[in-house]
Structures are given as structure tokens and as C-alpha cells.
Write a protein that binds this ligand. Structure first.
Ligand SMILES: O=[N+]([O-])c1ccc(O[C@@H]2O[C@H](CO)[C@@H](O[C@@H]3O[C@H](CO)[C@@H](O[C@@H]4O[C@H](CO)[C@@H](O)[C@H](O)[C@H]4O)[C@H](O)[C@H]3O)[C@H](O)[C@H]2O)cc1
Ligand SMILES: [Mg+2]
Length: 366
């Protein structure tokens, strides 16, 4: 059956703008831009802070933050708002297994599976404490996508069973009436290739059905922390001859394959850094701190595409993808490429120059 948007669980919601991101903007971008004499840009920076991006639960220590944000959502909703609390679940053992920049705190060798289940249980406890708050969850960026294309990487091969088992544990445990879940599914340049999209549909379909088709699992999140257009009329040279050059084509091709595997998936897609098209990527696989990018279409459930529940800002613009310091433990060569903005700090920390790049290049403009 053709997908309909009437069952969009996000319809009518706006995304909560969290105070942590706002504090990064106010403590760094506003004074820096003001000091440069750009009072106008400093004011525009504060506008960005009011746009709801996702909070990445990238350590166990971050989990209690949920309670603070949920209480704030309750307060704003009591005053007439209709906010959902957007969170990224992101702490698998051997995280980011094919890269070096975002490796996490848990490892299989150090009781990582048990600790990950504790992490998921602690998120569940927070969600259950706020039954009247609606949570939008993106589950484990890059993880399953790496199982489609990178089991040739030892770290991914060794983590494959754990990734599958723990992802199933997460979506089953987090399943709840006040939750909607989107599994991360890479992007058009990653799983959209003909060689990848069928194995991807099998993997996602298998995981979803093996987990018992949890009701809150609505579908997939695409383009998280990447730069692809939603629609790109003319494919770009860096897209290596692919016919799947944008996220709309990717999800349009993907949906029937997933449905055939018993997974009637809908989607959300990250527009937080895709405002400038085509991008200045020298190769489509360049993912780290890409130069010349801009904030894209603002988060909204008005997508005019029945398969797409919302445009979302999952990667908070201005938080780094990875350090350019070649001596750092987590240095990944992708962050040293010509199309990567340098010098860059550690993944997840504030990258002022990158925020300013996104701001001045924003499309729609601020
Ligand atoms: O001509 N052809 O016919 C043809 C056919 C197939 C081809 O092969 C495909 O080439 C693609 C690149 O074009 C590859 O996609 C890249 O895969 C990387 C992981 O390996 C991803 O990196 C992740 O990115 C995340 C953020 O998105 C980071 O958070 C994370 O840390 C980071 O690890 C890149 O995005 C993603 O663009 C595919 O695997 C590969 O199968 C190529 C040509
Ligand atoms: Mg990353």
C-alpha cells in the first residue's frame, strides 16, 4: 500500500531546542562574532540556538540530562507548546567501528555489552518517568550501515554480533507509547548504491522482525551528520556516477525493499548541514568537517513527501566530527583531507569556525 502521511507520529510537533546547544552558541559564537564587530551575525547566531537539534547521549554520564530537558518540555507544553524531546542513542561498544574520530567509551573486551544494556535501561527509566513527554529517538548512527559495507574492517566484523544483539535490545527496551524510534541508515552515498541497498534492506528488515516489530519503531533516519541534498536535480561529479544522488531518491528506492522484508518504514532525514548544494566534497565518502557547508531546511513535519515524517537537525551544527590533530589518539585521516576544515577539535566539541561557516552559508538564510 502507498505510504500515507496521516499516520505521521510527529505531525504537529516541534523539536525541543536544548539549553546545552544554546549555551555553546551563547558562550562561543555570540562573543566571537560580536568581537569581530558582527553584531548582526551574533544576533543571527542566537536565532540558530532556538532551532531544535538532537541531544546526543554519547556517554552514560549524559543520560540524567534527559530528566532536566523532559521537565523543561513539560513546562513549555503546559504553556501551550507542542514539543517532542529529540535524542540520539549513541554508545555501542566498538562505536564508529570503521573510523577513528568518534570511538566511544565502551568496548566488548571491557564488559561493553553489559554496560550498554545498563545504558539503555537507564534511558528507559528516564523515559518512563515522563509518560506525558513524547520522545523522538535516533538509534545508533553509522552502526548498522557499517555492518552492510565494512565487515572487512576487523573492528566491525568483531562487533557485528554485538551490534545486532544490542540494537535489538535497545529498540525492544525503549519501545513505549511515548516514544518514536528511527534506526540510523547512513545516507544515499553510503547505502544508496545498488550493491548496498538490497543487503541493507535485508539487515534492517531482519533486525526489525527479529525484535518483534516494536510498535514505536517507525522507520529509519538518513543523512545523519552528512551533507546530502533532499533533492538534487543534477548529480554532482563527486557522486561517482551514482543514480541515487539525494536522500529523496534513496528513501524512495529503499521503502519498497524494506516493506518486502516486513518493515513498512517511514523516515526522517538530517538537513542540519545540507544547505549548500552541490557540496565542496572532493569524494562522496568525505564525511569529516566538510568545508563550504551551510545550515539547511529548518526542522519541520511539513515535508510534502508521505514517506518522510520530518526534516530534522540531528547533528548539532558546530559540534565537531573529529580532530585534525594528527598526533591525537582519535585522529582519522578523513579529518585531514583538503575538503575538511582545519584546525578542528575533538569530535563532539564546539568548532567555532565551523559554526560560523554553517551560519553564513545557511540556506534558507538567517
Ligand atoms: O562507483 N560505484 O559503483 C561505487 C559503488 C560503491 C562504492 O562504495 C561505497 O562508497 C561510498 C563512498 O562514496 C561509501 O560510503 C561512505 O562509507 C563511509 C564508511 O565506510 C561513511 O563514513 C562514515 O560517515 C559517517 C557520517 O556519514 C561518520 O559519522 C562515520 O564516522 C564515518 O565512518 C561515509 O559517510 C560514506 O559516504 C560506501 O561505504 C561504499 O560502499 C563506491 C563506488
Ligand atoms: Mg561521526
Amino acid at each position: 500500500p502507498a505510504a500515507t502521511n496521516t499516520d505521521n507520529p510527529l505531525a504537529g510537533y516541534e523539536f525541543y531546542a536544548n539549553p546545552y546547544y544554546a549555551s555553546e552558541v551563547s558562550s562561543s559564537a555570540v562573543p566571537t562574532l560580536s568581537a569581530k564587530g558582527s553584531a548582526t551575525w551574533a544576533a543571527k547566531a542566537t536565532e540558530v540556538a532556538k532551532i531544535g537539534s538532537f541531544t546526543w547521549l554519547d556517554t552514560r554520564a549524559k543520560v540524567p540530562t534527559i530528566a532536566d530537558y523532559a521537565a523543561d518540555v513539560q513546562k513549555q507544553n503546559a504553556a501551550g507548546a507542542k514539543l517532542t524531546l529529540p535524542l540520539v542513542v549513541y554508545d555501542l561498544p566498538e562505536r564508529d567501528c570503521a573510523a577513528l574520530a568518534s570511538n566511544g567509551e565502551l568496548s566488548l573486551a571491557n564488559n561493553g555489552s553489559a554496560l550498554y544494556k545498563d545504558y539503555i535501561n537507564s534511558i528507559k527509566t528516564q523515559i518512563d518517568a515522563f509518560p506525558d513527554v513524547f520522545f523522538t529517538l535516533v538509534i545508533e548512527p553509522d552502526s548498522l550501515a557499517n555492518l552492510v559495507t565494512n565487515t572487512n574492517v576487523a573492528k566491525c566484523a568483531n562487533a557485528e554480533t554485538a551490534y545486532k544483539e544490542l540494537t535489538a535490545y535497545a529498540i525492544k527496551t525503549l519501545d513505549s507509547k511515548n516514544v518514536v524510534q528511527y534506526l540510523d541508515a547512513g545516507h544515499a552515498g553510503w547505502l544508496g548504491w545498488p550493491a548496498n541497498i538490497a543487503p541493507a534492506a535485508k539487515l534492517f528488515g531482519q533486525l526489525y522482525t527479529d525484535a518483534g516489530k516494536p510498535a514505536s519503531v517507525r522507520g529509519l533516519a538518513t543523512n545523519v551528520a552528512n551533507y546530502n541534498a533532499w533533492t538534487l536535480p543534477t548529480c554532482a561529479s563527486y557522486q561517482q556516477g551514482s543514480k541515487t544522488c539525494d536522500e529523496k531518491t534513496y528513501i524512495t528506492n529503499f521503502a519498497p525493499l524494506l516493506e518486502a522484508e516486513g518493515f513498512p518504514a517511514h523516515f526522517v532525514t538530517d538537513t542540519g548541514r545540507n544547505g549548500v548544494q552541490p557540496t565542496k566534497q572532493q569524494a562522496w565518502g568525505d564525511w569529516c568537517n566538510v568545508i563550504g557547508t551551510g545550515f539547511g531546511v529548518r526542522p519541520t513535519t511539513e515535508t510534502s513527501e508521505p514517506l518522510l515524517d520530518a526534516f530534522v537537525w540531528v547533528k548539532p551544527g558546530g559540534e565537531c566530527d573529529g580532530t585534525s590533530n594528527t598526533t591525537a589518539t582519535r585522529y582519522d585521516a578523513h579529518c585531514g583531507l583538503d575538503d575538511a576544515l582545519k584546525p578542528a577539535p575533538e569530535a563532539g566539541t564546539w568548532f567555532e569556525a565551523y559554526f560560523e561557516q554553517l551560519l553564513v552559508n545557511a540556506n534558507p538564510a538567517f
